[in-house]
Ligand binder design. Sequence first.
Ligand SMILES: Cc1cc2nc3c(=O)[nH]c(=O)nc-3n(C[C@H](O)[C@H](O)[C@H](O)COP(=O)(O)OP(=O)(O)OC[C@H]3O[C@@H](n4cnc5c(N)ncnc54)[C@H](O)[C@@H]3O)c2cc1C
Length: 437
Amino acid sequence: MSAVTPSKDIFYTVGLLGYASPHSAPTAETCHPSCSLSKENCRELAALNLNLNISFSNTAKASQDFGHMYHDRPSAILYASSAQDIVAIVKLAYFSPNNLTIVLKGAGHSIYGQAQALHGIVIKMSTVVPFVEASGGELWIDVVKEALKKGMAPRSLTDYLYLSVGGTLSNAGVSGQAFRYGPQISNVLELEVVTGKGEIVICSEHQHADLFYSVLGGLGQFAIITKAKIRLHHVPPKVVQSLSLSLSLSLSLSLSLSRISYLILSYIIIDASYLGFLDRVHDKERDLRKSGLWYTPHPWLNLFIPRSRIIEFDAWVFKQKLSGGINGPMLVYFLNRNKWDSQMSEVTPSEDIFYAVSPRSAPTIGMLMDQNSKILYFCRTKSIEYKQYLPQYVNQDEWKTHFDHLCPRFRERKPRYDPKAILSPAQRIFWRSKTLS
Ligand SMILES: Cc1cc2nc3c(=O)[nH]c(=O)nc-3n(C[C@H](O)[C@H](O)[C@H](O)COP(=O)(O)OP(=O)(O)OC[C@H]3O[C@@H](n4cnc5c(N)ncnc54)[C@H](O)[C@@H]3O)c2cc1C
């Protein structure tokens, strides 16, 4: 069962949000001119080699409080997002030969400057990040329902919610929210996993980070996800859903309207509950089950195409190959690469913007398979730096191409966490052995 952690509980993250701060840990050379920390302290801070969100300028704001009588200006303000950030600074002060002091500033309602530290470091805890804890086998629909009880929802979801937490986190988890919040794998605060050696490990970006990043998008190769802490955000009770031609326009694809059979030619606005909106594919699933189509083979192809080649892709795939209509929905999302963490196992094209394209339909299954092969062949012969999402390869060379420069890391991680290749054999990346070479 999911348990939503209300915002009063303490759980912090920073790296998953990206390093939003303009300030990074200083070197002795780059220490701000107005910084009154000693050169040694500055050097030690730099040596910590952490992505600390620390500010040396504009420290005056940390010398204010409700009393407005005391104004002790600190040398720096640390915007801490985790206990690890605080450990680093406390250790620095502990070993400091310069009597460095630290104070944590809460809401700043002190009267006599109790939350100030002259020439010291003021720590501001970053805003609490609410999260939900879900088991690896839990379905996203249940995670969503639990979170909505508190007026929240996971920031990033899939279109279809009857997928398991562990299943999508082993891939990426992509839908219309991913361009803003990143895929689901970019919205995980912590995992509990069981490795291929039978060890239970709690991992996060601060703790067993290598395992954490391996597992996210790791195609089930490194560990079994038994629990995940998933980032939430507040959501409105209702949404307005609009279906219009703007879909094709916003994607900057010059799709030929006469050839696309599914585009809706009128502007429809639907006033829906937030759950209704998130669970929008469920009705379609019911229809498909009734018609039996749910139970037929689904050789779906999902591709990430770099922005620089999407017009070419459009010209050949959409305008030529699929010009007879696609007999169903086709999903196209644009994605920002800076919302993906390259330490994770999932691979993407290297360009800043790429498109997730899922041409999932054709009049017959045979034609869909043929269409898939032709699309892949087209991408290969045109040297498009595409990546398959939910990849399916049959031989090692294809896997090597898929991971290209990342392959060594993926390969190096396997013996560390699943040395006998016990886990997820059907991906056909590694083969069960006594020990992995
Ligand atoms: C109808 C439909 C709609 C979809 N919509 C989307 C979408 O909108 N966006 C999107 O990104 N994807 C979508 N997908 C793809 C989906 O994300 C993947 O197929 C996902 O793996 C399915 O999750 P599952 O729980 O069914 O996993 P399974 O099929 O059960 O497993 C898939 C893989 O994940 C591994 N795995 C599963 N659970 C765990 C775990 N707890 N720990 C470690 N590894 C585990 C398995 O070993 C296996 O390798 C869709 C798929 C379908 C069929």
